[in-house]
Design a protein around this ligand. Sequence first.
Ligand code: FDA
Length: 299
Amino acid sequence: MGILHRLVVASLPLVPRAVVARVARRYIAGERIEEAVAKVRELRGEGCGATVDVLGEFITGVGQARETCGEYLRAVSALRDAGLPVNVSVKLTAFGLLLDEGECARLAERVVLAARDAGGFVRIDMEDSPCTDRTLAIHEALRARGLPVGTVLQARLRRTPRDAERLAAEGASIRLCKGIYLEPEGIAHVSFEGIRAAFLEVLGILLRGRGRVAIATHDAHLVERAESMLRDLAVPRERYEFQMLLGVLPGLRRSLVAKGHPLRVYVPYGTEWYAYSTRRLRENPEVAGNIVKAMLRGG
Ligand code: FDA
């Protein structure tokens, strides 16, 4: 991380929201579902699929969880009514996983049933390690009923190869990512190379399994290695896709689409855009320059 980037990241809380909004615009579709639908349609025109995420991770009451569930139900209807494929990604803490697990499971089920009725699919995102077992349990209960649902495994966690073996053998649909949450060394790989090696190990397990695999990374090295694994194992197109976050490395995304790989973009929208955007900005080495430019343009 360069000095300017470090400095800007440290002072992000002091940067006016209007400036953050301007720089962060590329990472979110907007505040309203109509904007997400428009973005999904635009991506479809570029040959990409999409999975829509309603922003709103940090909740303090079950009431908020129900509101988020209601927004997901509106998103499912809006995508269906627009004639677009219905695919949404949910975070279980936004449905109250840490407040009331039973209610969380019921809210997740409502979204999954609505998606199923619209011929769609729900991906259950993975959050930090206190959520792992609970998230896998809710995913497995829904999947056991034959519902269209998949989840996420994080290469960073040392337990992941075991989870991958089991889920791959069962034919579950799994998105593999590095894992965004910093976890203690006892349970996680912490070095950049260690996480990369673990990603490739788990990818091998998943690709040799029976389920669909979503390869979620912008790491060009991992993308290249994944492409050669797909070739060596002769994995058919129906069994895998690449996934990337909206606004991150669109050039890499376009090059994969041009080569004929299926690719899905994660499209977040909602009023709770600030925390998501600042997280993206913290990870982006270009952030310093972009924020300084936006400040100079007058917020
Ligand atoms: P890495 O962080 O090494 O990034 C590779 C390169 O991509 C960087 O060098 C940089 O150039 C570029 N890049 C990365 N982030 C950027 C940014 N914000 N702006 C601009 N450039 C950037 N995690 C999790 O814990 N649970 C989950 O459910 C999900 N879900 C998920 C879905 C999808 C579709 C994706 C792509 C990612 C996730 N993640 C996630 C996040 C994931 O775990 C990881 O934190 C990020 O993808 C960054 O890791 P990379 O593999 O991209 O590599």
